[in-house]
Design a protein around this ligand. Structure first.
Ligand SMILES: [Cu+2]
Length: 268
């Protein structure tokens, strides 16, 4: 009889132990550790020049995204209508391009870009691995070919620029570092001077704004205010991390065509 009681006791203990083991707490812990964090991910950049072309035009940009421990990443979430956004900027910030490489599978993205000259370029890729955080990976890459003379980055006296028949005025008031600021673009037709009211959504927002520090090292996050119309105003929020010179590119779309206006500002 004592043996039988002992057996039942052991059985009860085992069952209750199993019960506590499958608690939701353990599941939550494993979910956190499986999440793909930016620190665990690397981007490997390869540039391949088109040998048939004399210039840096037609250079293939290949970007492989994988885990630092060698594990693959093969699925990405669509963000702002694309799997991956790539910003390409020359070292002197005079050249800017915003492109969307084609996904080839196994974490590899490819696109051919017509670089204006050889030299160093900043690559900035924004993407979200499925089951991971939205992340940005940046690198300096070297493009073969003759280099262009660097253009100095000089703060603009007026923040009114023209781009593809549009006059784009930028107001940031007042400029300061370490503070959430509003960037307001006001767009008018260059010929008629009339306010532009036919802006089309671009990548799921009223526009897209990129800001880099003078040295190209830092990339600022800029958010478009939600629920904006079709012009003439487009409003964004950002914060400049420190005083210094920054370049700002504002991109908008009209009649299915994207135009880019750029500005250089000094943040006191
Ligand atoms: Cu994009």
């Amino acid at each position: 009889m004592s043996k039988r009681i002992l057996f039942l006791l052991l059985l009860t203990m085992l069952l209750s132990a199993c019960g506590s083991n499958s608690s939701w707490e353990d599941e939550a812990v494993s979910e956190v550790s499986d999440r793909i964090l930016a620190d665990d991910v690397e981007a490997v950049w390869t540039l391949e020049r088109n040998q048939a072309s004399a210039a840096a035009a037609g250079t293939m940009i290949r970007l492989e995204i994988k885990k630092k421990d060698g594990g693959p990443i093969d699925a990405f979430d669509i963000n702002h209508e694309k799997l991956l956004h790539l910003i390409v900027v020359s070292k002197d910030l005079s050249y800017f391009n915003h492109i969307h490489p084609e996904y080839k599978g196994n974490g590899v993205f490819e696109i051919v870009n017509d670089f204006p000259a050889g030299g160093e370029y900043r690559m900035i890729a924004d993407f979200t691995p499925t089951g991971g955080d939205p992340m940005t990976k940046m690198a300096w890459v070297r493009v073969e070919g003759e280099q262009a003379k660097p253009v100095p980055v000089v703060p603009d006296e007026t923040l009114e620029k023209t781009a593809d028949g549009n006059r784009v005025k930028l107001a940031i008031d007042p400029l300061a570092s370490k503070k959430e600021l509003t960037l307001k673009f006001t767009i008018a037709d260059e010929k008629t001077g009339k306010p532009v009211t036919d802006l089309e959504p671009y990548l799921g927002a009223i526009g897209h704004v990129v800001i880099l520090t003078e040295d190209g090292e830092r990339y600022l996050h800029v958010h478009a205010d939600e629920g904006q119309g079709t012009g003439p105003e487009a409003v964004f929020e950002t914060a400049f991390p420190k005083s210094g010179i920054y370049k700002i590119w504002g991109q908008f779309q009209r009649e299915n065509k994207v135009f880019t206006a750029s500005y250089v500002v000094r943040v006191p």
